[in-house]
Design a protein around this ligand. Structure first.
Ligand code: ATP
Length: 351
């Protein structure tokens, strides 16, 4: 099932039975996927899971071992990169060292025959978007890694391509700039209506930016869905584990807690903690456990509390700070005895 066609019109990208072998390695091992026009689509997965190779197959920098690539309804499986209406922002930027930053950004417009005045104007606007308007006259070698990465981004968006392929485009940025650029990227994508295919191994980035996410493992899509679907209903222990810390219950623990002998998971923020003086029995549809705090980790906006139940189940709870200074005093400490409650409805069955 490769959901994602918009119903009207052709998907921007359609992959069918896509396979890529490098010698013995099946980098991509049978991918079926439709990416809708104007969608912000992320490919999420650990290093080596095949995300970049899928991107390179879409761009035409690799040739498929089997399967097809369609762009806007056109079969481009055998087409050269320059024949495909996509633009790629690479991890390694690939800027021209002998040109100014502004000329680097304007270069693609020059190749397309856009006049000098207009091309400088558009290049300036693209540089402003990535907050580098003041550095247009510098050479790429006079920039930091993060600044070069933003120039590469400006160079792509100035062309307003139908499809933009981005391979970890924010990887070299510090956290603050990264968060700013995430917002800029999202707004840009929305206002230009460009289809974004975004490769990342950062689950939070994928969850915040994307319309849909494909979670990759070993060259295959393990799950395809909206950020909410992936986060709330991970299809497997692999996806649950990859998309943030979670409490995974194996068959044995599941059967003790729920009376069902198959894997389950519950999100750390769904656990409610109260003091040991809370002796009230579990309510309907609730699970209640006695536990001891093994570690409390201060996160700024809250605490991550590690727990071990009296019968040896390890749990993680996430507590949001309420913003009052008293919080610090009321936080659970190592060795505290606590009561853990969570709703059965928040326990997700894994495939
Ligand atoms: P990363 O996040 O590290 O970029 P990725 O998920 O993008 O990883 P790919 O780069 O697609 O993963 O690699 C998938 C697999 O294919 C890996 O095992 C990798 O070593 C292998 N691979 C990729 N490119 C080549 C190549 N040119 N020659 C041989 N093996 C390759």
């Amino acid at each position: 099932d490769a959901a994602g066609s918009t119903g009207s019109g052709k998907p921007a990208i359609r992959l069918r039975g896509l396979v890529k072998h490098f010698g013995d390695v099946a980098a991509v091992d049978g991918v079926d996927l439709d990416i809708a026009d104007g969608e912000f689509f992320s490919m999420l997965g650990p290093s080596g899971s095949g995300k970049t190779t899928v991107l390179r197959l879409i761009a035409g920098f690799e040739s498929a071992t089997a399967g097809t690539v369609e762009l806007g309804g056109l079969d481009v499986t055998k087409a050269a990169p320059f024949e495909r209406d996509v633009h790629t922002v690479f991890q390694d930027y690939a800027l021209f060292p002998h040109m100014s930053v502004l000329d680097n950004v304007a270069y693609g417009l020059r190749v397309r025959g856009v006049g000098k005045k207009q091309r400088r104007e558009r290049a300036r606007r693209a540089l402003d978007t990535v907050q580098l308007g003041h550095l247009g006259s510098r050479r790429p070698t006079q920039l930091s890694g993060g600044q070069r990465q933003r120039v590469a981004l400006a160079r792509a968006i100035v062309l307003e391509p139908r499809v933009l392929l981005l391979d970890e485009p924010l990887g070299a940025l510090d956290l603050k700039l990264r968060e700013q650029m995430q917002v800029e990227l999202k707004q840009l994508q929305r206002s230009l209506g460009i289809t974004f295919v975004f490769v990342t191994h950062d689950q939070e980035e994928a969850l915040t930016l994307s319309d849909r996410i494909a979670v990759f493992d070993a060259g295959r899509i393990q799950q395809l869905g909206s950020p909410r679907e992936i986060y709330e209903n991970p299809a497997s222990a692999y996806v649950a584990g990859f998309v943030g810390t979670t409490n995974l219950f194996d068959a044995d623990v599941s059967s003790r807690l729920l009376g069902v002998a198959s894997e389950h998971a519950v999100r750390p923020e769904r656990l409610r903690l109260s003091g040991a003086e809370d002796t009230e029995a579990a309510r309907d549809g609730e699970i209640r456990l006695d536990a001891v705090v093994t570690e409390t980790i201060y996160l700024g906006a809250g605490n991550r509390v590690h727990l071990r139940t009296d019968d040896g189940i390890e749990l993680v709870a996430l507590e949001q700070s309420t913003g009052t200074r008293h919080d610090a005093d009321s936080a659970e400490h190592r060795g505290d005895h606590v009561t853990v409650r969570f709703s059965r409805a928040d326990v997700v069955a894994l495939a």
